[in-house]
Design a protein around this ligand. Structure first.
Ligand code: CAA
Length: 378
């Protein structure tokens, strides 16, 4: 395992960093307050080739690996997680299609997502099925050459903006085996967005309820066969969890940077607070946790790129990187003291953004369940 970035990985990282600094940073604080997302910036990311990094070239992607992909996600998250997770969630939709879509479905739907012309979403969760995803209640009943869908999805990232949504619905009996996956197009009759969530943070990202009232989805939009849906979703999430780990690296890095600069500049008792061991040990622990998290996320990405099993390592990376981000951002607020708790500095925002990373794409308790099962099951 090399600890050096390849020239390509470095180039992709630089490209994403320049974009984030020049085109995202100027708007971010105000947009967070206004809960505003700028879809045109996803189009711009697409022009730079950064919206389909791991997607095969034949479907309009860059044909690179997860090691390049995580660099993009980290750089975006270091400025704003809304855009990082936007790319990652469109990536989830791309992944469902790449792994399980028919050739026709791939050619029809992936290129617009990979080019940033279209945004994707992933609709699995419901009010009564979050962690217990296999108990979802939205139904899809075959009626001629369409499925008729009824139910409500909850907490769907960019559900309002997405033109292509991977929808999990029940076509069979109870439990995971009764779940199927569909490609849902924006504008499908009987489908609308419902309530928009008001969140603690991560406010450039829109989070919506999706409502289905006899929505008609063409039968040709079934992914795989009936009953495959749970595996489609969970395989995609195995991949997605690496990107959430990468987003956590971005938030942690940004928080550490602010904390280090502040500790060097802020003087108390006649010297910079960085010279007090209480503060410098905190910074040292933050840097060490970030480094360990980075190695874990990179390992999961490298295993994925080498086509080796990576589900457990992805869960470990997600749990460690996001728990670390929570700790690092909380400590950054502490180091900044009174200033850290104000909106004059971004660390309070980083802390709020870190919190959601412990929840999305499988809570950290579910990641531990996945890791625990891998240890004890044959
Ligand atoms: N890949 C493929 N198949 C898998 C799998 C995986 N990672 N994990 C399980 N399966 C298969 C199993 O092999 C089993 O199939 P067989 O019966 O044929 O063997 C089937 O799925 C059922 O598996 P389990 O018995 O393990 O299922 P379970 O009901 O115990 O649930 C779980 C497993 C891990 C808890 C799962 O429900 C889970 O991951 N829950 C969390 C849901 C989640 O991550 N939600 C995120 C929402 S999306 C989001 O956040 C995106 C966003 O907008 C930011």
């Amino acid at each position: 395992m090399s600890f050096q970035n390849t020239p390509m990985q470095q180039e992709v990282r630089e490209l994403a960093r320049r974009f984030a600094q020049k085109e995202l940073l100027p708007f971010v604080e105000q947009d967070e307050r206004d809960e505003r997302f700028r879809p045109e910036l996803i189009g711009r990311l697409g022009e730079l080739g950064l919206t389909g990094v791991p997607v095969p070239e034949e479907y309009g992607g860059a044909g690179m690996g997860y090691q390049e992909y995580i660099a993009v996600i980290e750089e975006l998250a270091a400025v704003n997680t809304g855009y990082a997770i936007s790319v990652a969630v469109t990536g989830l939709a791309q992944m469902c299609l790449t792994l399980f879509g028919s050739e026709e479905q791939k050619r029809k739907y992936i290129p617009r997502l990979a080019s940033g012309q279209g945004i994707g979403a992933f609709a699995l969760s419901e009010a009564s099925s979050g962690s217990d995803a296999g108990s979802l209640r939205t139904t899809a009943r075959l009626d001629g050459d369409h499925y008729v869908v009824n139910g409500t999805k909850l907490w769907i990232t960019q559900g309002d903006l997405a033109e292509t949504i991977i929808l999990m619905a029940r076509t069979g009996g109870p439990g995971p085996k009764g779940v199927s996956a569909f490609i849902l197009e924006k504008g499908t009759p009987g489908f609308r967005t419902g309530k928009r969530e008001k969140k603690m943070g991560w406010n450039t990202s829109h989070t919506y309820e999706l409502v289905f009232e006899n929505a008609r989805i063409p039968a040709a939009n079934l992914i795989g066969k009936e009953g495959d849906g749970f595996k489609v979703a969970l395989r995609a999430l195995d991949n997605g969890r690496i990107t959430i780990g990468a987003a956590a690296l971005g938030i942690s890095r940004a928080a550490l940077e602010v904390a280090v600069n502040h500790a060097k500049e802020r003087e108390q008792f006649g010297k910079p607070i960085s010279e007090f061991q209480g503060v410098s040990f905190m910074l040292a622990d933050m840097a060490t946790q970030l480094d360990a998290a980075r190695l874990m996320v990179q390992r999961a990405a490298a295993l994925k790129d080498e086509k080796l099993p990576f589900s457990t390592e992805a869960a470990m990376a997600k749990v460690f990187a996001t728990d670390s981000a929570m700790k690092i951002t909380t400590d950054a607020v502490q180091i900044l003291g009174g200033s850290g708790y104000t909106q004059d500095f971004p660390v309070e925002r980083y802390m709020r953004e870190a919190k959601v990373m412990q929840i999305v794409e499988g809570t950290n308790q579910i990641q531990r369940l996945v890791i625990g099962r891998a240890l004890t099951q044959k």
